[in-house]
Design a protein around this ligand. Sequence first.
Ligand code: ATP
Ligand code: MG
Length: 374
Amino acid sequence: MEVVSFSHMSFLNSLFRAKEKSVLGVDIGSSSLKVVQLRKEHGKAVLETYGELALGPYGGSEVGQATNLSAEQITETLKDLLREAKVTTKSCGVSIPFARSLLTLVTLPYRADPVEQKTVIELEARKYIPVPISEVQLDWFIVPKADPAQATEGEAHAISDAHETIETLLVAVHNDELALLNGVIANAGLAASFYEIEIFSTIRAVVEEQVRPVMVLDVGAASTKTYVIEHGIVALSHAISVGSQDITRAISVSTNVSIASAEALKKKEGLGGTVGALEGPELVFSRIFAEARRVLMQYETTQKKSVTSIILTGGGGVTKELGTYAKTIFPIDVRVADPFAKTEAPAFMRPILEEIGPEFAVAVGLALRKLEEI
Ligand SMILES: Nc1ncnc2c1ncn2[C@@H]1O[C@H](COP(=O)(O)OP(=O)(O)OP(=O)(O)O)[C@@H](O)[C@H]1O
Ligand SMILES: [Mg+2]
């Protein structure tokens, strides 16, 4: 069993002993579990503890590799994590993997009456959801119309043409997936008040821009989730089936070392040092970025808008030199996510929190939402 990212945990715990107003974000990823515990104090989100536990070793594979564990194995890992991270609260919010959810942006007829609108959305949703509607939890967001006063002539024309319709983001999650998560959470002794598709948690934690389109690249273990956010809403989402585990494999193949050693080398050097001299790892990232660029261009061409910046997040977003490399691929602002910036923590911890932050974006976003309930 391998434990990572528990730095300064005991210090934080001795510093903050609050048991009441604490909340927990639980991110069940494909390669690892992450938790972040926050407490509200004077309206601020104070970081109490955080931790991560790799799932690989619980399922016969290596740290950093994606897994497909049973609910029981995930529960066991989560219990270990709660203990090792010295989590003191049961109140949590939990992420739903993007891969297990359906997000689709559709144009639907507009109804002035909200009740009628709801009926229209629910009826129309059946056309887009590939399973019986009774088997899913359905949610939706109506995309705000661009402000006609600020629109250019061409856009204003498009708005007036479209006044009888609304753009709606339909979101569906299968009941089986929720039942599985519910079982894990309950058996680990936690109480969840909401489950949220990980994209929304990440947005809360890392996207500052409220209006203009921004692209997020969540580089996970097996896949990279790509999405464009506009007006705080997901305008486009796509999964690229290449992730950070492929970097490890490329390093392992090029240098003829074990997966475990390659993983350690990846974390130590990122795209710099001896790894930087290899062709394999950079090729993996160039595949990810090439596909992300296609998604970005597709968005810009169909929507006639420019994406203003790219935010790198997920464990792969921690990769040293990745931001620098990404800047050579994308001609716009590229930044690495810093979700802990939204939390209060001792100054000496800032460098480490900044470094590991991208990996905890989902868990931070969940905990921030949970804090709003207090
Ligand atoms: N310091 C680091 N440098 C480079 N890569 C890292 C670093 N830390 C973690 N990673 C890699 O990030 C990947 C895990 O990222 P993350 O935790 O976001 O994935 P996940 O949430 O488990 O997966 P997914 O979101 O795809 O379900 C692993 O492949 C791991 O090797
Ligand atoms: Mg993840």
